[in-house]
Design a protein around this ligand. Structure first.
Ligand SMILES: Nc1nc2c(ncn2[C@@H]2O[C@H](COP(=O)(O)OP(=O)(O)OP(=O)(O)O)[C@@H](O)[C@H]2O)c(=O)[nH]1
Length: 319
């Protein structure tokens, strides 16, 4: 049965195109606008009459012309649709975002379908762009990604100090150990512990104890390099792994840290409280079979610092 052309249907279709909540633009092969629906009028602030015969590139200078024409020409040549998605390009044309949830998006995120239009004579003389506002989806996804990134970061850090937590820090040491074995670069470890910390807690209370731990962590972070790994190893025990640092460099770092911490003051009932740390230093060598040996050596050196009167640095020496 031959399809009968019904003028009513054409009107309905036009009504539908006008009222749907997606942008519909038809251009000729020179990108001059011929159809511009009300979505486009509302978001661009320009009426269909105003834009008629203007090129897309005059109307939207933000469109990357070389990229866009290549995409359209390929679609026309193959006779297939082409798409742009917001994950690759947030939008094709710059429209303000009016969605209430989108405090995070000033501009509309868009997915766009490019549809070559074939005339009755078989030639593709026109191209239709269908522009979908996907701001809601995009913003939700971005929020979720950022929340996940924050969660991942939190899972690596110690809650009280913001330093790396023990589990993650040990993973970093394992990684550095493997790197050292391969490239034989020097790697050192400084491990330290607040002196008589039990007495701090017992005398001044747990909250002041926590504040002391936070202050020690703050100074440690500020003195370590970006590439160092500063972690909280236990209650009042800290570790800093120093890649590309030999034993001598690590000893100097440990001494600077010890002095800086001894100068800290934490207020307790308007009185300044002072405290010190004892430190142990060791460095990796290729004879070690695993990273735990490095920690053991530094720990032994720390123990000697404690034994010899605290507030000092001991470097592990092979016996
Ligand atoms: N406030 C506070 N105290 C903690 C935390 N974690 C561990 N501690 C306390 O740290 C103290 C550690 O004491 P000890 O291991 O006996 O060592 P110390 O008193 O520092 O003595 P030395 O290390 O020998 O100088 C204990 O009283 C723990 O309860 C924490 O997160 N906050």
């Amino acid at each position: 049965m031959a399809a009968q052309f019904d003028i009513n249907e054409l009107h309905w279709l036009l009504d539908i195109v006008q009222s749907i909540d997606v942008g519909v633009v038809v251009t000729d092969r020179d990108y001059r606008v011929e159809v511009w629906n009300s979505f486009m009028e509302n978001h661009s602030g320009r009426s269909a009459t105003e834009v008629a015969q203007k090129t897309l590139f005059e109307l939207f200078p933000e469109i990357d012309q070389a990229w866009f024409t290549h995409k359209v020409e390929t679609a026309v040549m193959l006779g297939t649709r082409a798409f742009t998605i917001w994950e690759q390009r947030p939008n094709l044309v710059r429209f303000k975002s009016y969605q209430p949830i989108t405090g995070l998006a000033d501009e509309m995120y868009q997915n766009v379908t490019i549809l070559p239009l074939r005339s009755t004579n078989g030639a593709t003389d026109h191209v239709c762009l269908i522009i979908y506002d996907v701001t809601g989806v995009a913003v939700n996804k971005r929020q979720l990604e950022s929340a996940n990134a924050q969660l991942r970061e939190l899972a690596l850090r110690d809650g009280l100090t913001g330093l790396l937590n023990r589990r993650h820090w040990e993973q970093c040491v394992e990684h550095e150990f493997a790197r050292h074995m391969r490239y034989e670069t020097p790697v050192s470890l400084v491990i330290f512990d607040i002196d008589h910390f039990k007495a701090v807690n017992d005398t001044y209370g747990h909250q002041t104890g926590d504040e002391v731990i936070r202050e020690v962590a703050r100074v440690t972070r500020s003195m370590a390099r970006e590439t160092d790994y500063a972690g909280r190893y236990g209650g009042e025990e800290f570790v800093v792994l120093l890649p590309d640092t030999d034993l001598n460099g690590a000893r100097q770092f440990a001494e600077r840290l010890r002095l800086a911490i001894s100068k800290l003051r934490v207020e307790h009932q308007d009185r300044p409280l002072q405290f010190t740390v004892s430190l142990g230093v060791a460095c990796l060598d290729t004879k070690m079979s695993n990273h735990a040996e490095l920690i053991e050596r530094a720990d032994k050196a720390l123990y000697r610092s404690k034994e010899s009167g605290r507030n000092q640095t001991t470097v592990f020496q092979d016996e």
